[in-house]
Design a protein around this ligand. Structure first.
Ligand code: ADP
Length: 299
């Protein structure tokens, strides 16, 4: 006999989780996004990539941004990093308006961005040197960050000797070495296989627990968003707007074993509902001609 499991409402929080959110919102606001709009002119008219986006990120919060393709995730992260400017609205980091790129924002992208001609250690040192560091302390600092991401044994390796997951760990070490006010991560694990991705999520949680860093994380993976985040900002497309900001009711410390807990599943279901609403029509069928001569049907 099949039984339907009744899941709790995703807005229900245990006393411990409620207390965590109360404490989180008492912390200083690190990043403030105020009425952000970004329009693009195209041959077919004006595209509203982002419309009136508002949210705050508190110190040491892990905030994810999720939404369907075309909802403005890349545009938003480009504006937060200072690589693009809003049509109207503003972004404040520690109360100061963001105008252009700066070392106070660390970036980790999906594509591997290490210098192939530098070793792991030199890649991490590079960022420190560019930002004014020099001498022994730069090397010591770099080694410390490399240790944090568990790559001391590979400090003298070149990027082409590393797996995808290891390269992203170096990228994280390099970004953190500058002690940015905020770490912006744009689908950092998008190119990794499922197993490495899960491992990286676990590493990132451990790093975040041990470093004073505030994270804004772009993803389109629902499980990843629930597993990692304190809160998830859900965007919708055309125009790119905030649909909902979800407080994830899954307790901390987080681990992969929580993927099947009732509060995890209820939050995931809510994200699914918002991002992939059930279409009313039948599943689209391709007009494929029958090419097989074998009588047995596969289903
Ligand atoms: P996402 O990263 O969520 O897929 P994007 O930020 O890339 O979304 O794009 C949001 C919307 O803005 C899309 O409709 C896209 O076509 C449009 N867009 C993005 N960049 C440009 C551009 N440079 N010129 C015109 N339209 C753009």
């Amino acid at each position: 006999m099949s039984q339907t499991i009744q899941l709790p409402d995703y807005r229900e929080q245990s006393a411990k989780v409620r207390e965590r959110f109360r404490a989180l919102k008492q912390r200083p606001v690190k990043l403030e996004v105020r009425g952000l709009c970004r329009e693009f002119e195209s041959a077919s008219g004006t595209v509203k990539a982002l419309h009136d986006i508002h949210f705050n990120v508190y110190r040491r919060e892990f905030l994810s941004i999720i939404g369907p393709s075309g909802c403005g995730k890349s545009t938003l992260i480009r504006i937060l990093s200072g690589l693009d400017e809003p049509t109207s609205g503003s972004v404040l980091l520690d109360g100061k308006e963001v105008r252009g790129p700066g070392a106070d924002r660390g970036m980790v992208f999906q594509g591997y961005t290490l210098f192939p001609w530098l070793t792991v250690k030199k890649n991490v040192m590079f960022g420190l040197e560019v930002n004014g560091g020099s001498g022994c302390s730069v090397e010591q600092d770099a080694l410390q960050w490399i240790e944090l991401v568990g790559l001391s044994h590979a400090k003298d390796a070149y990027p082409n000797q590393l797996s995808g997951g290891m390269k992203q760990r170096v990228a994280i070490a390099r970004a953190l070495a500058n002690q940015p006010k905020i770490l912006l991560m744009d689908e950092p694990f998008g190119a990794l296989d499922a197993q490495t991705r899960a491992q990286m999520q676990s590493y990132l949680l451990q790093i975040w627990q041990n470093v004073d860093v505030t994270i804004v994380f772009i993803t389109h993976d629902l499980d990843e968003a629930v597993l990692l985040s304190d809160r998830v900002v859900v965007l919708k497309a055309h125009p790119g707007e905030v649909q909902e900001v979800i407080e994830v009711p899954v307790p901390h410390p987080r681990h992969l074993g929580q993927l099947i807990t009732p509060e995890f599943l209820s939050t995931r279901n809510r994200l699914e509902e918002l991002i992939h609403p059930k279409s009313s029509g039948e599943e689209k069928r391709l007009p494929i001609p029958r090419m097989t001569q074998v009588g047995d049907d596969v289903f």
